[in-house]
Write a protein that binds this ligand. Structure first.
Ligand code: SAH
Length: 370
């Protein structure tokens, strides 16, 4: 079965849905606003696009509240920039705002609140903001999504660390792990790094064809601090999930061969790696890179409440479950007990966080077409 069919977030608005378990991604989004605003300001000041209809896309938007927060913020910024800029002669700018994700994404849940969102925005902002038209755009961002030279601004948060496929040939090499760990042999590291390079090159080349002159992109994804994978385990969440499944294999609950052949289509690059691929591909120039840390258990109350290992462990487990469950069910079969897996996992993560409050290294990059 192709990756496009098994890679999707948990659907709907229930207890285990992505919509209800994406507070980590929500915190990440908030930390990207300054770079988004700066990029839009430079873009509008330098190129204006006066009077035209702009095409904007959120690549890998998933479902739930985060996607509409992005639409709202980008539209507010454009509105403010047009208002304060020397644009009194300009007509209100109309925007086609595309929400992109893979075809199995829960577009129905995503679009249910759009009508209320439009209505609310119209009331607050009068006629100008009613010029935002929101569309769904199913398809892989590793393929062409827009006609040549038609896209003005692209945004993507917490999506580009997803590969187009699991790197080939890992089955016999990466037995007890589902991603790169501190103990992974060089072949495993290389297979992941090469897949990432191919995918990022394809992504940049597609967007390079689609972007208008003067167009920009802001990309944010999970990265890593250290070039060398063996210096520190920066992907401990996957290592701990592998350990949880391994324990279940030892107890006879899961099949060993199923675990050995399970690998995730994710790669967390370091900054130098990304810079070198962007330079080598050549369609875009890097205007700014911002690196920042986000705690695994990040949520909007994180700094107000005292640390509690049970709450933090569960928060991380719920977040991981929201994107891992469809993949686990597809690989291990429908009888797999995800309640059991993620309860064990939450305990393991809670114990770990009590010893070390781990964070992810996030990379946020502003690019303009060169
Ligand atoms: N941007 C959202 C969602 C992040 S989850 C947020 O910040 O909350 C990552 C999303 O990327 C998932 O919905 C996943 O389906 C999507 N995704 C992964 N690979 C993709 C691809 N090749 N094309 C389009 N979307 C993709």
């Amino acid at each position: 079965m192709g990756l496009k069919k098994i890679l999707h977030m948990n659907t709907g608005n229930g207890k285990t849905s992505y919509a209800n378990n994406s507070s980590f991604q929500n915190v990440v989004i908030s930390k990207t606003w300054d770079l988004v605003d700066e990029t839009l300001r430079n873009m509008l000041e330098n190129h204006g696009f006066s009077g035209s209809c702009m095409n904007i896309v959120d690549l890998g938007c998933a479902s739930g509240p985060n996607a509409l927060r992005v639409v709202s913020h980008v539209m507010d910024t454009i509105h403010d920039l047009r208002k304060t800029g020397d644009c009194s002669c300009c007509k209100p700018l109309e925007v086609r705002f595309f929400l992109n994700d893979l075809p199995d994404n829960d577009f129905n849940s995503l679009f249910k609140p759009v009508e209320d969102f439009n209505e609310e925005k119209r009331l607050v902002c009068g006629s100008i903001r009613s010029g935002c038209f929101i569309y769904g755009l199913p398809g892989s961002f590793y393929t062409r999504l827009f006609p040549t030279k038609s896209l003005h601004f692209a945004y993507s948060s917490c999506s580009l660390h997803w590969l187009s496929q699991v790197p080939r040939g890992l089955e016999s090499e990466n037995k007890e792990n589902m991603y790169i760990s501190i103990a992974s042999p060089p072949e495993v590291v290389d297979a992941y790094a090469q897949q990432y390079k191919r995918d990022l090159m394809a992504f940049l080349s597609m967007r390079g064809e689609e972007m208008v002159d003067g167009g920009s992109i802001v990309l944010t994804f999970i990265g890593r601090k250290f070039q060398d994978f063996s210096s520190k385990d920066e992907s401990g969440q996957f290592t701990m999930l592998s350990q949880t499944l391994l324990q279940m294999v030892a107890q006879g609950v899961l099949e060993k061969d199923d675990l050995y052949s399970f690998n995730v289509p994710i790669y967390m690059p370091c900054q130098q790696e990304v810079e070198s691929i962007i330079d080598h591909q050549g369609s875009f120039k890097i205007d700014k890179i911002v690196a920042f840390l986000v705690r695994w258990d990040a949520n909007k109350y994180a700094d107000e409440l005292p640390f509690d290992k049970n709450r933090s462990g569960k928060l991380v487990a719920d977040c991981i479950r929201a994107f891992m469950e469809p993949m686990l069910v597809s690989h291990f079969g429908k009888s797999i007990d995800c309640d059991d897996i993620f309860q064990r996992y939450a305990e393991r993560v809670g114990e770990h966080l009590a010893k070390e409050r781990s964070s992810y290294q996030m990379l946020s990059i502003s690019l303009s077409i060169s």
